[in-house]
Design a binder for this molecule. Structure first.
Ligand code: SF4
Length: 1010
């Protein structure tokens, strides 16, 4: 007699069924469950064979030796097959409605799911066709959609049939027809179906077919008094009752403590009374991490009180909402059933493979090669020194992959580049899917990653976790290749040549969500389960997490191929497809069963932030308790609830005062200056903090360049990073001309041009010829930089050249007018004259400060003279110091040049009229320090405001001495003159931004040094 047991919320027939099954010989009874969790649970009892529902059709076919007659199609093969069908229909002009979507992977995946839905609903293509034909009020456009969809479905089903392939739904249909034809011999006398809340049409048909030859018992929740809660099981219950199952209402048996019994009994019933929330708590956290920490903290407390970890369960709606949960358990020393995993695609081997394939997609793209060559495995397997190579990117620009490879061959002769290039070349060709798989499999064997990892482990170069990851990655790569091979064969694409791009797309699709298991879960640890997968089990302590809007209940979006409205109309036409409201009902049921799992204590929790707060379930629950009696406890870390050692250390370290014992423990764990370390980020900025760039010095400073001096004046810490540590910002060359390169181009051109006109008054020469001459010099300097690989010719080069030339031509026009206006003809005499540099014309400028000599170096762009008086010019193609910076002694380049001229060229101070900048882009002289008495003699001084030469020199001398003393003492505080430039090499090191953010709220946005 087939029996349907109608159960109360949270109840199960599992134990009764297992007991009943003992009456049968092993193999005569079969227990069918929805998932692996229950299969293991029943298996432990050891008295009855157990299968997961979707394996039941296979089981029927296997027992009757029919399994060889079919082959199950894999999901990747299904998608490949659908892609082929879509492509064929597009080429035949049969897809117009779906044409704009047809290229997207999302369309194929949605289509595969929708076809699965149709299949599980037992909808044959002819039925769908009939329903579409009978659909009234459908627009032409939507009829087009229906037609195309039905053609896709029909073709897909026909292709499977032609290849003798079956998807899961096909296997159900096969098993049902086999049973219907009375051809199946079944060993079972009794079948038990336990822990289900729904059966789709195919499953229900299979049960009906089985019920003709086996005695079937099913337990399912249904409560007529709670219609909302029973919506999830109503269809299954109604369908089975209609199959002549005898319905027996089972009384509730589970005993629950405190208020739990009342809640479970009255959940979703109208007109219930209110009770005290005994044994039911609510915790609020500020992030998923904090929520996890709060829950583990509570669990630790329970275990410390003697609770058996096996009596505790953690329930979440979806584990993907709590990434890193397993690591969190591990960090806090609590065992869990969750395995420790890490992402596959983020690991070195898959990263290398993907970059290898991407390079094969674009073998002439330099970025693809650069990415590939920067991988860990490229260095290891092909011997390219990636650090050295990256340095080269700073000085050389490679416009194409070939130019980079040509360079690599000469720069790294020992590397096995030919092998790598040959591999990329091979991948670039079209191959069949199987050939691609073979090439990659051969390479994997050749690379022998596991063997290498083993050797590295023996040499203590890597730890066990790393070995596990490496081995796991290699195995998973091989698995993907196997899956691909099967998918190519099953979808009929095994003989078809494809591009590496297509191969890469499939690889990425199969690997994107994969994880590598580092450590299996501890079966005796805390169980963490998804609420949708368990019901009818009880635990004394249940932690129900994620009661946050959008998390539990889970947001479900309407299917966009056929929306809820269309589904409702199709339902009236006999096509039964699920609507979003069914998901809401299911979610409500999952929550009810989760509540019912707790027998002693139920601990609910959520995290709330600006985006979302507690879910509606929390509000619903609060209605069972008197007002204000059930409120969320906010989770904060205190000395009493630290879940792990590290958290306790952090917590204690923040306390202003500690007891002797704590002080001793923290000193042991964190070092004796732990209290100082914790306040360092704040105190280092206070007053003359010893922690702000004070590294101590030897009291010596033998040499200093003008640019280093200026850098120190701008920010001592940036000087330390750039000049002492020599950590210049790494920046690869690109096809864009950088300001430093354009600056060089201007300097070189002007030096070349003026070098031919030293001491000549340009205003007396033919300006057109001068212009022509300058243009020629410019073209030659530009070509020389191209030749050296410093500038790259691109389609934009002509435009850029025009711009540079316009700057230079304006300079010449202005220079002529300046020279014309000079009362005393101070004309160029020295150009690009260096001092203290290797092979420079002048020796270093030695200044004695505190009885010690420091040698200064620099390069003066231009010195003009009439043989008696002198001026210094510095060309600037970008920003230059303001008058105020010069006046305050923060711009020391010009004063240093003036000192060099005075001391190294024996020019008396009074003969130097001044020094200034030439702003090339503005085509005029600007700023500087000048002897004001000479204003009338130099045209650019007539109207401008300039700093007094004598005053600036006096200030600068003092400043130079201070800087030299500070460097000798090793003082390099992070103290920028103005806003920190984004290109500063100390930007990510000095932590000044942190300080600035803290200070802004108190002091406003004024960080200029006084
Ligand atoms: S980022 Fe600012 S404070 Fe830090 S080193 Fe550079 S200029 Fe100085």
């Amino acid at each position: 007699m087939n029996t349907l047991y109608s159960l109360s919320l949270g109840e199960t027939m599992r134990s009764c069924f297992i007991e009943d099954a003992r009456k049968y010989a092993y193999g005569e009874a079969l227990f069918v469950v929805p998932g692996n969790y229950f299969r293991q649970l029943v298996k432990k009892q050891g008295s009855v064979r157990t299968v997961i529902m979707d394996y039941l059709p296979n089981e029927i076919l296997r027992i009757n030796a029919k399994e060889k007659n079919y082959q199950r199609i894999s999901r990747p093969a299904q998608e490949m097959l659908l892609k082929t069908i879509i492509k064929e229909m597009l080429e035949a002009g049969e897809l117009t409605y779906f044409e704009p979507l047809a290229d997207g992977d999302g369309f194929v995946k949605n289509l595969a799911s929708f076809i699965g839905e149709l299949s599980r609903s037992w909808v044959a293509p002819e039925e769908l066709d009939r329903a579409f034909a009978a659909w009234e009020g459908r627009t032409d456009r939507l009829q087009e959609k229906d037609r195309e969809l039905n053609k896709l479905y029909t073709t897909y089903r026909a292709r499977l049939q032609a290849r003798n392939l079956y998807d899961v739904d096909g296997l159900y249909r096969l098993a049902i027809s086999f049973l219907e034809a009375n051809e199946a011999k079944l060993p079972w006398k009794k079948l038990y179906f336990s822990e289900f809340y729904q059966f789709d049409d195919l499953q229900r048909e299979l049960i009906r077919a089985l019920s003709k030859s086996c005695d079937i018992q099913i337990g399912i929740f249904f409560d007529g008094q709670r219609p909302e809660l029973s919506k999830a099981t109503l269809n299954a219950y109604g369908d089975l009752a209609g199959l002549d199952f005898q319905v027996i209402k089972e009384p509730a048996k589970i005993k629950r403590a405190g208020s739990l019994a009342f809640i479970v009994e009255n959940w979703q019933k109208m007109g219930h009374k209110k009770i005290e929330p005994q044994g039911i708590t609510l915790l609020e956290a500020t992030s998923p991490e904090r929520e996890m920490a709060g829950v583990i903290t509570s669990i630790k407390k329970l275990i410390a009180q003697g609770t058996n970890p096996g009596d505790i369960v953690v329930l979440v709606r979806s584990l993907t909402d709590y990434a890193g949960f397993s690591d969190m358990f591990k960090a806090y020393g609590v065992p869990t059933s969750l395995p420790q995993v890490t992402s596959f695609s983020g690991q070195a081997l898959p990263d290398f493979l993907v970059k290898l394939l991407k390079t094969a997609v674009n073998p002439n793209k330099v970025e693809a090669w650069q990415n590939l060559l920067a991988t860990e495995y490229c260095s290891e397997l092909y011997g390219v020194d990636k650090a050295k190579l990256e340095e080269e990117y700073n000085s050389k620009f490679f416009p194409t992959g070939n130019s980079l490879l040509a360079f690599l061959k000469t720069a790294f002769p020992a590397a096995s580049l030919d092998e790598l290039v040959a591999l990329v070349k091979n991948f670039s060709k079209k191959h069949t899917g199987k050939e691609f798989v073979d090439i990659l499999s051969t390479e994997l064997a050749h690379w022998d990653m596991s063997g290498r990892a083993g050797k590295a482990y023996q040499q203590d170069a890597i730890d066990l976790d790393r070995i596990k990851i490496l081995a796991g990655c290699e195995n998973f790569c091989l698995k993907i290749l196997q899956d691909m091979e099967l998918a190519f064969a099953q979808s009929g694409k095994d003989e078809e040549k494809i591009t590496v791009d297509e191969f890469l797309t499939i690889w990425l699709d199969l690997s994107k969500d994969a994880t590598i298991t580092l450590q299996k879960g501890n079966a005796r640890g805390i169980q963490v389960l998804e609420a949708a997968n368990v019901q009818g089990v009880t635990f004394p302590y249940v932690f129900l997490m994620g009661l946050r809007e959008g998390v539990f209940p889970k947001i479900k979006f309407e299917n966009w191929l056929y929306n809820d409205k269309e589904r409702a109309l199709l339902h009236d036409l006999g096509i039964n497809l699920q609507q979003t409201s069914a998901n809401v009902a299911m979610d409500r049921y999952f929550f009810g069963t989760a509540l019912a799992m707790a027998t002693d204590e139920l601990h609910m929790s959520y995290y709330a932030d600006d985006i979302a707060g507690p879910s509606g379930y929390v509000e619903e629950m609060a209605q069972y308790f008197p007002p204000q009696t059930w409120q969320a406890e906010k989770f904060t870390i205190t000395g009493n609830n630290c879940a792990g050692k590290q958290e306790l250390l952090n917590f204690l370290a923040q306390l202003p005062q500690l007891g002797d014992k704590e002080q001793a423990w923290l000193t042991k764990e964190l070092g004796k200056n732990f209290s100082l370390k914790k306040t360092l980020d704040n105190t280092r900025w206070m007053g003359e903090s010893p922690y702000n760039g004070k590294i101590g010095g030897k009291g010596e400073l033998s040499s200093l360049s003008a640019s280093a001096l200026d850098l120190y004046a701008k920010c001592p810490f940036s000087y330390l990073v750039a000049k002492e540590w020599k950590t210049e910002a790494w920046e690869p060359l690109t096809d864009e001309i950088k300001p430093t390169v354009s600056g060089d181009l201007y300097h070189l051109t002007l030096a070349r041009f003026l070098g031919k006109h030293l001491q000549e008054d340009l205003s007396t020469l033919d300006s057109a010829k001068l212009m022509e001459e300058l243009h020629k010099d410019f073209r030659e300097e530009y070509a020389a930089l191209v030749e050296k690989g410093i500038i790259t010719e691109t389609p934009l080069s002509e435009q850029e050249k025009k711009f540079y030339w316009s700057v230079l031509s304006k300079w010449l026009t202005k220079e002529i007018s300046y020279q014309e206006g000079e009362t005393v003809k101070l004309l160029p005499k020295e150009l690009e004259v260096g001092f203290g540099l290797t092979d420079s014309k002048w020796p270093a400028l030695e200044l004695t400060i505190d009885n010690k000599v420091t040698a200064f170096s620099g390069q003066i762009d231009r010195i003009d003279t009439d043989g008696e008086s002198y001026i210094i010019t510095d060309y600037k193609s970008g920003a230059f110091p303001s008058g105020s910076d010069i006046a305050h002694g923060y711009a020391l380049q010009l004063p240093l040049y003036a000192l060099a001229l005075e001391n190294l060229c024996n020019v008396a101070t009074e003969k130097i009229w001044g020094a200034g900048y030439y702003a090339l882009k503005e085509s005029r002289r600007k700023s500087g320090m000048w002897n004001k008495e000479k204003n009338s003699m130099l045209p650019w001084l007539a109207t401008g405001r300039s700093q007094d030469y004598g005053e600036v020199m006096e200030k600068a001398m003092g400043q130079i001495a201070s800087i030299v003393r500070a460097i000798r003492q090793g003082l390099f505080p992070a103290a920028p003159l103005k806003n920190c430039p984004a290109y500063c090499p100390g930007y990510d090191i000095c932590r000044y931004r942190l300080n600035r953010t803290l200070n802004l709220s108190e002091e406003g946005d004024n960080n200029e040094r006084a």
